[in-house]
Design a protein around this ligand. Sequence first.
Ligand code: PMV
Length: 312
Amino acid sequence: MPAIAASAPGKIILFGEHAVVYGQPALAVPVRQVEAKAIIKAQPGGEGIRILAPDIALRSELSALPLEDAVGKAIRLTLDALGVASPSACTLMISSTIPLAAGLGSGAAVSVAIIRALSGFLGHPLPDEQVNALTYEVEKLHHGTPSGIDNTVVTFAQPVYFIKGQPIKTIEIRYPFTLVIGDTGLVSPTSVAVGDVRRAYEAQPELFEHYFALCGRITTNAALSIQNGRINSLGPLMNDNHEVLQKMGVSCPELDQLVAAAREAGASGAKLSGGGRGGNMIALVEPDQAQAVALALEDAGAVRTIITQVGK
Ligand code: PMV
């Protein structure tokens, strides 16, 4: 049986994080500079599924993984979906260049790669819709109550205008644009930020409804701007979105510092991206400014920068 390999890109949220959990739209795009990969090959004479994931120091038999382990859950859900009780012996190798817990979709990408590789290995590659649905189930381990945006963008590897519970809408990018992604280096579990927003919302429902609606309007404007090629409008919309996220309590001094540094270095807009309290921020730049903005972010404390073209 030949080895089967599958991969999935990272992702970044452009607009609408947190508000998306409450039914507002969000925009996210794949980031192809980073990816997760899964390779699976038969292990004649072996037994069960052996997992090797050196990036997360995981070396285990499937049977030894607890039920709440994300890798184990992706495998078990795939086996269940295909009705396979005892798969032939194999080794699953997982690797990823996507930073962990930084808002780049590492968990979703690893799950997508595993589900694709394993279902392919078992002779029944699952369609994207099902890969997406199974990955969403695994995301619940990472996020608690995920909106579903991460698994959707990563599975379909397309820019997405996402509203929870609605059919997937990909968006056309008429004119590509350039983003610099800056990583604070602070590991920040999304579930914690999402939980804090939930508590703040419960304490002040009207105020937070107002914030979520503002984010929704910003996102809708941004989607229209992207579709109509009005890229210049996106910078100010990013700044507006960052301000609302600050008010919602999900920014932090390190993110604010990177956002300020990007704007000072010439970015037309910048905001935190994803769960916040750490992880990544994004800045919209002209292509010839990208290096200078990336350097300014590194000077201001970014541990990693990625320059990415959206829509190319
Ligand atoms: O931190 P990330 O990029 O995985 O994204 C979280 C996005 C939230 O809106 C905060 C949560 C969600 O499930 O949509």
